[in-house]
Design a protein around this ligand. Structure first.
Ligand code: ADP
Ligand code: MG
Length: 375
């Protein structure tokens, strides 16, 4: 790809003593923050606390009054701002697709500017659309207004990935979506994140989203950084009442560290299970009838997994069996510590796992439900 890469991988992004004022008011005050290569760092805090301002100093959409941002040790002021921005994926809530360009053109625009050939662009756009679960054949030719909000958001993500940047800045990217769609996009995003292994700064005001996606969470308030740490650190050692309130650590289950998977697993309802012997057509029929996007395929404990409606749609007519397109899920013993299981789910980019008792399938563990129940 002809794009001149400023950095192949991110070792660190360091914000040093960043201050930005508007009139007399601090938007960001003496902020020191280090993002480690490969992590997803959440910025969370009330509206107006300075999250967007802080994030935008990284790609120089905002120049701080004082302080500096270093990427891999180099002050970002040394980079040409346009070049810098092409090396950093940026996704915002209202993604601003160009209305008169087709989806393929919206995604391919920067590739064109970078001088890629038409065939290369088409190839890359297809690949990107597949990554965000939008079948290229049906989406490349459409215009933005023909897409739902969730689909447009996926296109925004694809566009941000077009030049394969090693760093992403995401400012409440799923904020405008309804909860169900949001959960689905969060899941897909976790998967993409895992595949890409990129460094990501992610702004949200939704603590569940923060716990679900974040490796570490930075809490901001009144233009200042209040605390930074893993979800567990914030829950068990909040530095003040504000952090405690944001993570709601005073509620029940203060003893999360003693809980086992068995305490939090849920039975797998027959409703959501498919027999692996079913034909794809029958599986599709059942899922459509029940309105399921995801179903469990259960057989012997070890060969169980889940199947997505999309996978079935893609595999139809290719003489595949349901078993072949079933995606494996992590397994846990009911005796595993809950925190260990949650960490494993997070590192796998999975939102659910299966639970075994005496080698038999006993239930499922859903990370978002645990977090909602616990916190
Ligand atoms: P957040 O993203 O956490 O909601 P922002 O970084 O957008 O917060 O804003 C921080 C503070 O700076 C707010 O009080 C906001 O009103 C103020 N602010 C942000 N941008 C501007 C601007 N362009 N002009 C004046 N004030 C601004
Ligand atoms: Mg903001």
């Amino acid at each position: 790809m002809p794009l001149k890469k400023l950095f192949n991988r991110i070792e660190s992004v360091r914000l040093e003593n960043i201050t930005k004022k508007y009139g007399e008011q601090f938007a960001v005050k003496d902020l020191n923050l280090e993002i480690r290569g490969g992590e997803l760092l959440i910025l969370i805090g009330r509206s107006g606390s300075g999250k967007t301002t802080a994030m935008r100093t990284i790609n120089r959409l905002i120049e701080p009054d004082s302080g500096a941002v270093f990427i891999n040790g180099t002050d970002v002021k040394e980079f040409d701002p346009v070049r810098l921005r092409r090396n950093i994926g940026y996704v915002i809530q209202n993604i601003g697709l160009l209305p008169h360009l087709r989806i393929s053109e919206n995604i391919g625009l920067l590739l064109k500017i970078e001088g890629l050939k038409e065939e290369e662009i088409r190839e890359r756009v297809r690949d990107l659309l597949n990554r965000v679960s939008l079948p290229p054949e049906s989406f490349m030719g459409r215009y933005p207004h023909e897409l739902s909000g969730g689909q447009q958001q996926r296109v925004g993500l694809a566009r941000a990935m077009a030049l394969d940047p090693p760093l992403f800045l995401m400012d409440e990217p799923f904020g405008a979506l309804d909860p169900l769609l949001r959960a689905q996009l969060q899941d897909e995003f976790s998967r993409i994140k895992k595949e890409l292994g990129r460094t990501i700064v992610f702004v949200t005001h939704d603590i569940n989203e923060a716990f679900r996606l974040g490796d570490r969470i930075a809490v901001m308030n009144n233009a200042e950084l209040i605390q930074i740490g893993t979800p567990e650190e914030l829950i068990f050692s909040p530095v003040n009442d504000l952090v405690a309130e944001i993570v709601d650590s005073k509620r029940k289950y203060r003893h999360i560290d003693t809980l086992k998977v068995g305490d939090m697993m849920q039975p797998i309802a027959r409703e959501y299970t498919l027999n692996p012997g079913l034909s794809l057509e029958s599986a599709l029929d059942i899922m459509v009838r029940k309105g399921l996007e995801i179903a469990f395929v259960t057989e012997e404990a070890e060969t169980s997994g889940r199947v997505h409606l999309n996978d079935i749609l893609k595999a139809r007519g290719k003489s595949k069996t349901l078993k072949e397109i079933t995606r494996p899920l992590p397994f846990f013993s009911s005796e595993t510590l809950l925190l260990e299981a949650l960490a494993k789910l997070k590192s796998d980019g999975e939102s659910m796992g299966l639970v075994l008792e005496n080698n038999k399938l006993a239930g499922a563990l859903f990370s978002d439900r645990i977090i909602q129940n616990l916190i």
